[in-house]
Design a protein. Sequence first.
Length: 77
Amino acid sequence: MNPTEASAEIEKIPFVPIRLHLVSGKTMDIPHAGIAWMMRTAVMVLQEIERDPNNRGRYDVVALRNIERIEQLALAE
């Protein structure tokens, strides 16, 4: 994944929920704006507090080379 493609999805206005498909086979959902930021060669994603209230301040950094594709998810109704 190149930085331009990733940035276009993460910084889209209005934001559309996305799913990162990683080369490991895992996925990572970004359901709303403000929890993912582009770095030079990676994406930083805050972990969802709803899953674990003790996760405040925890995050994942995913190298762009480990993102196979980005899928747009349906908007919440």
